[in-house]
Ligand binder design. Structure first.
Ligand SMILES: Nc1nc2c(c(=O)[nH]1)N[C@H]1C(S)=C(S)[C@@H](COP(=O)(O)O)O[C@H]1N2
Ligand SMILES: [Mo]
Length: 370
């Protein structure tokens, strides 16, 4: 994730009010959300992290906007936003979107890319149409195997900072949306105005912003940030100093299970011997979260938290534990989620990988009692 310093900063209107976020980079604009600022059940727009690979586009015209769908389809389509809204069923879902590099800062050996800690995750309410319904009108051919996404932060002449895609089965999943509204408001420029993909559970890099074209391909897409170590994981464990080839790497699929402690904030003071609530969210790519355990002593003793089901598939799940801190001092609090297949979060760090992806280490905060 090389960041070029010759990309000018975005116009102020692109930024909504993002003062709650921690900026990692201005060019391209990347900012993550502190864990305590993610306490809401539905992430407010001001608190959705921002990840860009190029410049945030400014000349965006919703009136003249068209989405082109072409390639391996019987019927290529050019759809206006009005046509999308009028011709297909509109749905709203709470959908988690997590950057593949979330947690990169916790790898012991450095990797290239933005040093996200825990805040490249959001779960907002997205409104739009199912990509499956739109593709049904285009009628993919028998050779359709993969999508390829293109947005207004690039052009055929100058190239695209990113163009990723998903297997056709993921594109046809009923929670894969073409969205124009977030939390009941039009998309802000920073989050893809006027139209974006929301493909929950996978690296959020496939949820293309400022979406202009979906090319249906007869093979795995090979656009910018599909090859090499970009959004690819080793098929076998690799040591940081070990040589590897392209054949050792495969495109990332669903994100792993993870949880956040959103309250109390890291370093908060908590009244002694007084019951209080530790709470947060947990999510698990395409799976559900089966349990969340909390430790007050750095991982020696664990207690199971109360866990809600998801509001809909791909929504994060809320958890809480009422507890007391019995004596004065510092408490190292950990939360560890386990998914429906029994996979659980590592303590400390997930295994290193060349691109620095999917580090779903258990979240740790320090609380002070006394
Ligand atoms: N057009 C376009 N879409 C994009 C990107 C981009 O750089 N350009 N970045 C992707 C990545 S890597 C992530 S993590 C998400 C972030 O979405 P957000 O900024 O709305 O939170 O957008 C994805 N969609
Ligand atoms: Mo990302």
């Amino acid at each position: 994730m090389a960041s070029s310093t010759d990309i000018p900063p975005p116009p102020p209107e692109a930024l909504v009010d993002k003062t709650a976020l921690t900026f990692l980079n201005q060019a391209p604009v990347c900012a993550e959300t502190p864990a305590h600022a993610l306490d809401d059940a539905i992430t407010p727009v001001e608190r959705i992290y921002m990840r860009n690979n190029g410049r945030i586009p400014t000349k965006l015209d919703a009136q003249g906007w068209t989405l082109r769908i072409d390639g391996e389809v019987e019927q290529a389509l050019d759809l206006s936003l009005d046509a999308l809204k009028a011709d297909f069923e509109t749905v709203t879902y709470a959908l988690q979107m997590e950057c593949a590099g979330n947690g990169r800062a916790f790898f012991e050996a450095e990797t290239p890319g933005e040093p996200w800690s825990t805040g490249a995750i959001s779960c907002a309410a997205w409104t739009g149409v199912r990509l499956a319904d739109v593709l049904a009108r285009a009628r993919p051919t028998a050779k359709a195997v993969y999508t390829a996404h293109y947005g207004a932060d690039g052009s055929d002449e100058e190239g695209y900072p990113i163009s990723r895609g998903v297997p056709i089965a993921k594109a046809l999943e009923p929670h894969t949306l073409l969205a124009w509204t977030v939390n009941g408001e039009p998309l802000p420029i920073a989050h893809g105005f006027p139209l974006r993909l929301v493909i929950p559970g996978w690296p959020a890099s496939v949820s293309h912003k400022w979406l202009r074209r979906i090319w249906i391909r007869d093979r795995e897409h090979d656009g910018p940030r599909m090859l090499g170590t970009a959004y690819r994981m080793p098929k076998r464990p690799l040591r940081p100093d070990e040589p590897f080839t392209d054949d050792d790497m495969a495109v990332m699929g669903p994100m792993p299970v993870r949880s956040l402690i959103t309250h109390p904030a890291d370093n908060a003071a908590v009244p002694l011997v007084h019951p209080f609530e530790i709470r947060g969210h947990a999510w698990a790519g395409e799976r559900t979260v089966a349990r969340v355990d909390v430790s007050l002593d750095g991982g020696r003793v664990w207690e199971e938290a109360e866990l809600d089901g998801p509001a809909n598939p791909y929504a994060w799940q809320h958890w809480r534990l009422e507890t007391v801190l019995p004596s004065p001092g510092e408490y190292e609090v950990l939360a560890r989620a386990t998914d429906s297949e029994g996979d659980t979060q590592p303590i400390g760090s997930a295994p290193w990988n060349p691109g620095g992806y999917a580090n779903n280490a258990a979240h740790r905060v320090v609380l002070r009692a006394g």
